[in-house]
Every structure is written in C-alpha cells, then in structure tokens.
Design a protein. Structure first.
Length: 146
C-alpha cells in the first residue's frame, strides 16, 4: 500500500454478514461526508478472496483499512484476522475488529492476533455515527497509513 494523500479516497473493506450493520456502517460513513470507498464482503472466505484478489475480486483494490466482524459464516473473523496478520502482503493493513462481543477472551484473542483496534458495535444509530466519525478522524486524518 502507498501512503494516501489527504484528498485521495481510502479503500475500506467491511467484512460483515449482518445486512443491517452493513447499511448502518455505510450510512454512517456517508453521513459524515466521507469520500472513502467502502467495499463489502459477507463472509470470511470472500474476505480472503478479496484480499488475495481471487475469482470475482481479481480487480479489487488493496484496502487501506479493514472493519472486521468476528462472527462470520464459512470462516470465522478470528481466522480471517490470523490469516491477514500472518501474510507478509497483508499484515500492515490496519484491522479494526467491530463486533457485538465484549467477552474478554475475544478481546485478548484479537489483540494476540495483532488486531489494531477492538470496538464493540454501537447499539443505536447516533453511536454508530460517532464511531464512524472517530474512525474517520483517527485513521484517515491523524494516523499515517502504510
């Protein structure tokens, strides 16, 4: 990945199987007038195909940031996280775990697997908007991405 210029849209990969959460996330970023592009896949197998640019994802952009749910069909989010962080081509992509679980074992496991951030999904729309704003401000305005 190349460093993003301030006015260049970032590529965000949203790995989420719950359609309501997908819509909330897309709406929250859109409402913040984000110029970033959100790409969505609904399971862990598709996520890895996207990241490896396989099959229907052969022209997929390299994401600058990944939003990862843990409870995914076909391949669990923990497994996806582990594969990302073990892959020399992918390991520098920041991964934000965004999930409903607040279990200590999930938090510890994700950080052991080198998640860059662990957030509990908000329960209402206002909180979702606030999380999107925080992600936007921190990851795309303050942090220098690889």
């Amino acid at each position: 990945m190349n460093s993003k210029l301030m006015n260049e849209p970032a590529q965000i990969l949203l790995i989420e199987d719950n359609e309501s959460d997908v819509r909330l996330t897309q709406e929250a970023f859109k409402d913040k007038r984000s110029i970033h592009q959100i790409h969505h896949v609904s399971d862990g197998v598709e996520a890895l195909e996207f990241l490896h640019r396989e099959g229907k994802f052969k022209d997929a952009p390299r994401p600058d940031l990944i939003l990862l749910d843990l409870n995914l069909p076909r391949k669990d989010g923990r497994e996806v996280l582990q594969e990302i962080k073990l892959d020399p081509e992918l390991k520098r992509i920041p991964v934000i775990v965004l999930t409903t679980s607040s279990a200590d074992e999930d938090v510890f496991k994700c950080y052991d697997l080198h998640a860059n951030c662990y957030l509990k999904k908000p329960v209402n729309m206002d909180e979702f908007y606030h999380i999107a704003e925080l992600i936007e401000n921190f990851w795309f305005k303050l942090v220098r991405l690889p």
